[in-house]
Write a protein that binds this ligand. Structure first.
Ligand SMILES: [Zn+2]
Length: 464
């Protein structure tokens, strides 16, 4: 088939806002008249885009923690989003929704085992909602390394989306962003890589003048893109359409229902494009690269100049969490020893309990190596709950901004604190002293409080 194609991929995601101790969202300043930003963004973006039918026209991922919230708060919008994928499956045999790694963790910075859990949980959440296996997966911040792609392929994912600067041709040259490529992986596996068009994506995301009206956008940005048999992929945060840029849900609708066709574009999405076109060739990955840090993945690791001020706290916070994770895992292994057949497979399967698909007892029954006493079951389920918060503490927003004193790093520490408490409930062993010591190394350059101070504030607000 020879035609020029246009695809808009929207990454819909909100950092989780629930207090990990109560499960409730505290009122948020700035979200008025709404109680919090989830409600505000829903009113400005998710709901209107769903009502206009836009989810059917685009490629999209809906972050699992956001989807969980939306399902409870606005079930009609949640359902409309699911239906849009079903309609495409019915029409074209493949859907337009893709999955997302569960907790929006920066996967190159995660251990292989955590990568496996994040990807398995993301796939399970997708199946739970959309009722089918996902073909594609969105990588948080498009952060990638070969190990992440290996785990994706191992778990049946066939494509992801990246920026052109994250890949190169085998001879070292730059790949053109107009087609999809393949990365060859060990064990004869491969994964397709769709490259977003940087210029077009940035225009839509940041240039408000350009998206006032869809006809003008076509005229200014797409009129010279006359090459047949090419895909123009625009990938950006979905909240652009209505929240970051008011009214742009109508721009999106006009562009994809009228103006693109008028200019000779066929509107498509990656799974459909894959059915109809061969890859343009092979590319190699730029290890540890991402779409929103020019320093690889330093923004979420040791810190870099992407955020103002002293970013040293980022590395110290990550070290504290990594050491805590090591402590939790060691206790998890000793708790599961001789009681459970495969503790890591059990952790990956725990998502079915989180999703309400089965009870904790039924899950343990599947994985138990022997008959478990009531007390053993209770302890194991509490350790699994600790593993849930140990995963949540790595959500990328904790490191995205400039300072430790902000809400996002506090959220990360609060999840860690919840994991610490659950581990103590299960085993009687407290990991608090070591964690506080490590956290004390990380200091805010704005308020001068350190990570241990923040931890203490969280604990004080949540007495046993
Ligand atoms: Zn950076």
């Amino acid at each position: 088939m020879n035609h020029k194609e246009l695809c808009i991929h929207a990454h819909f995601y909100q950092p989780p806002r629930e207090d990990p101790f109560s499960g409730k969202i505290a009122p948020e300043l700035g979200a008025e008249p709404y109680a919090n930003f989830n409600e505000k963004v829903n009113a400005e973006c998710y709901r209107p885009n769903a009502e206009l039918g836009n989810f059917e026209l685009i490629s999209f991922n809906l972050g699992p923690t956001l989807a969980t919230w939306l399902e409870g708060y606005d079930p009609a919008t949640h359902q409309r989003i699911l239906d849009s994928d079903h309609q495409n499956v019915a029409r074209h045999g493949v859907g337009n929704a893709i999955a997302q790694a569960y907790n929006h963790t920066i996967l190159p910075l995660a251990t292989r085992r955590d990568k496996e859990t994040q990807i398995a949980w993301g796939i399970a959440d997708f199946r739970h909602r959309f009722g089918r296996d996902p073909q594609g997966m969105w990588l948080p911040e498009m952060a990638v390394d070969t190990e992440t792609l290996e785990v994706l392929a191992e778990q049946g994912i066939t494509f992801t989306l990246l920026c052109p600067h994250q890949v190169h041709l085998p001879d070292g040259g730059w790949a053109d962003s107009i087609r999809y490529y393949e990365v060859h992986l060990p064990l004869n596996r491969k994964i397709a890589i769709f490259l977003r068009d940087e210029e077009l994506s940035n225009r839509v995301a940041f240039d408000q003048d350009m998206t006032q009206n869809a006809a003008n956008f076509i005229h200014w940005c797409l009129i010279n893109k006359n090459n047949a048999n090419r895909l123009y992929l625009i990938a950006l945060d979905g909240e652009t359409f209505g929240h970051h840029q008011p009214g742009r849900e109508h721009f999106l609708h006009d562009l994809l229902t009228v103006e693109a066709q008028r200019a000779g574009f066929r509107v498509t999405y990656p799974a459909r494009h894959l059915q109809e076109h061969p890859p343009a060739g092979e590319v190699k990955i730029v290890e540890d690269s991402s779409w929103s840090c020019g320093h690889g993945v330093d923004r979420w690791n040791k810190g870099c100049t992407c955020t103002p001020g002293m970013s040293k706290w980022k590395g110290q916070l990550r070290t504290a969490l990594d050491r805590l994770a090591g402590g939790i895992d060691a206790l998890y292994l000793s708790e599961t020893k001789d009681r459970v057949r495969d503790p890591w497979a059990l952790r990956n399967a725990y998502i079915h309990v989180i999703l309400g698909e089965m009870s904790g007892e039924a899950l343990l029954h599947e994985y138990a190596a022997k008959a478990l006493t009531t007390d053993e079951s209770r302890r194991l389920l509490t350790m699994l709950e600790a593993q849930y918060f140990r995963q949540a503490m790595y959500t990328s927003c904790g490191w995205f901004f400039e300072d430790l004193s902000r809400l996002e790093p506090r959220y990360v520490i609060a999840n860690a604190a919840r994991a610490v408490r659950l581990v103590e409930e299960a085993t009687g062993i407290s990991l608090e002293d070591g964690f506080r010591r490590d956290l004390a190394q990380a200091e805010s350059w704005i308020t001068y409080e350190n990570g241990a101070d923040i931890y203490d504030q969280i604990i004080a607000a949540h007495p046993r």
